[in-house]
Design a protein around this ligand. Sequence first.
Ligand SMILES: [Zn+2]
Length: 108
Amino acid sequence: MKLLHNLIELPAGKTLADVLPVFKDIENEVHVVTPQPVCAGCRKPFTAVRKRRKAFRLYPFGICRSWPVAFAHSLCGRCWSLYQAGGVRKEALLASIDAFDDGQEVMQ
Ligand SMILES: [Zn+2]
């Protein structure tokens, strides 16, 4: 199956430090920007009803060879359920998150 995105999931049984050794001795984290006001999956704004349910962290492989940097993107409950559903729904969601990370608008 051809992937619709460029994201690579952490292999089962591996830690982040196994794949990206720059994270080996990291004990704390610093957030340098405010979270996005919209869901990275559907681009709908978070509200009192549509709350942040899960956050994805993307680690840009090229940068992370030298620096421990991550980009966190929040998901609403509906998008998180698409991820949990697996299969093509999960792959479509990952493509949407990848596009969001790349600064693209919502895919219809
Ligand atoms: Zn969403």
